[in-house]
Write a new protein. Structure first.
Length: 103
């Protein structure tokens, strides 16, 4: 899997913003991504060493309407919490794309 296809986007919530002070960053990743894929992607994109990767599947959110109708509000997605070595900091909203193409 390509490094730039592994990470979909960064998660910006109050809880994830507080965790960034400790060097933990949260990303939405592809469902087929593994811990090793996420580790290689962070190293390739941001150029920092990764200490730990925790992954979780976030369940879909449903809502019941009327007499038993079920409406899906949000699909299932996979989330990765990445801990960086030596409490280094990155800007998760900016991707550093390394130019590997020959000009």
């Amino acid at each position: 899997m390509k490094e730039f296809e592994t990470i979909v986007k960064s998660v910006t919530t109050e809880k994830s913003s507080l965790a960034q002070a400790d060097g933990r960053y949260t990303f939405v990743v592809r469902k087929s991504a593994t811990k090793v894929d996420v580790k290689h992607a962070i190293k390739a994109i941001y150029g920092v060493e990764v200490e730990n990767v925790r992954m979780m599947l976030v369940p879909k959110k449903t809502r019941v309407i009327g007499r038993g109708r079920v409406w899906n509000k949000r699909p299932v997605y996979k989330k990765a919490i990445v801990t960086l070595k030596d409490k280094k900091t990155i800007d998760p909203n900016k991707l550093i794309l390394k130019d590997n193409k020959k000009k």
